[in-house]
Design a protein. Structure first.
Ligand code: SF4
Ligand code: SF4
Length: 261
């Protein structure tokens, strides 16, 4: 619907275009958007196919982790968009060591919204609810973070170009997931925490950081860093190069300007 756009530095939300689909809530890597959750229908552990929307891989992965294991169709097969997303999701699930999501035909089970399902389960008693509801469909706004569900895996690889990076630490501070830690002579990068929000690539003036999709068992990188003394301002600074003589501020500073220290 293109209800969200950017006008230079301002985000514009066109309320006339917004149809409350909830897709932005699911897509936002930082759960920064609040509002009504996307409306989806389930029967037990199946998501009911609807042409009204196309889920993302992220959405299907989260439903899968919460117990959904099939997409239920009637006589109409999945449209190409759903088919594409499902194939991609199943490829990811394979990498994650999980079973694929199947497509099943409607078995004339009653269609229930999430709310209906829960009230039905409540009525039918706790034990029955226990047996019938392996899935917890109530997903809060801040629960659309994949890293919460697949904690043994990473989805992205954070790459720092050591020849360009000045270790100014701007991205370390801006990273909402706090996946960088610099202590002593070591920089740790916890790749599994990355949600691809790209705050780091936006802030880096050196274009020294890149986020690549990479699904694998989680790992952290350890990089050696040096603590050098700036020959201009005398401050200690971190660098990937032992021979570096000036801190990142003095490197760019006009010699006519006063030292910031
Ligand atoms: S913002 Fe860029 S230059 Fe600064 S530490 Fe991060 S990657 Fe390195
Ligand atoms: S994209 Fe960058 S800022 Fe965002 S979580 Fe990953 S490393 Fe942190």
């Amino acid at each position: 619907m293109e209800a969200i756009s950017f006008n230079e530095r301002t985000m514009v939300i066109d309320l006339q275009c917004c149809n409350s689909c909830g897709d932005c809530i699911i897509a936002c890597p930082l759960s920064a958007i609040k509002g009504l959750a996307a409306s989806r229908e389930f029967v037990h552990t199946s998501l009911i196919y609807s042409e009204a929307y196309t889920p993302s891989e992220k959405e299907l992965l989260i439903y899968k982790k919460r117990g959904m294991n099939a997409i239920q169709i009637t006589d109409i097969p999945l449209n190409p968009q759903w088919d594409f997303v499902l194939s991609k999701t199943n490829r990811i699930l394979k990498l994650l060591g999980e079973k694929p999501i199947k497509v099943v035909r409607n078995s004339n089970e009653e269609k229930l919204s999430r709310r209906d399902l829960f009230s039905k389960l409540q009525k039918e008693g706790k034990q029955l609810a226990k047996n019938m509801a392996p899935v917890s469909w109530q997903i809060e706004e801040d629960e659309w973070n994949l890293t919460r569900y697949f904690q043994d895996f990473q989805f992205y690889l954070v790459e720092i170009d050591k020849n360009k990076c000045t270790l100014c630490q701007a991205c370390f501070s801006f990273c909402p997931q706090k996946l960088f830690s610099l202590a002593g002579s070591v920089l740790h990068i916890d790749h599994e925490k990355c949600v691809n929000c790209i705050a780091c690539t936006d802030i880096c003036s050196e274009e020294a950081i890149r986020i690549r999709p990479k699904i694998k068992e989680k790992s952290d990188s350890v990089e050696s860093v040096y603590t050098n003394k700036c020959q201009d301002c005398g401050q200690l600074f971190y660098s990937f190069q032992e021979e570096k003589e000036k801190c990142h501020i003095c490197v760019d500073r006009d010699p006519e300007w006063l030292s910031p220290y």
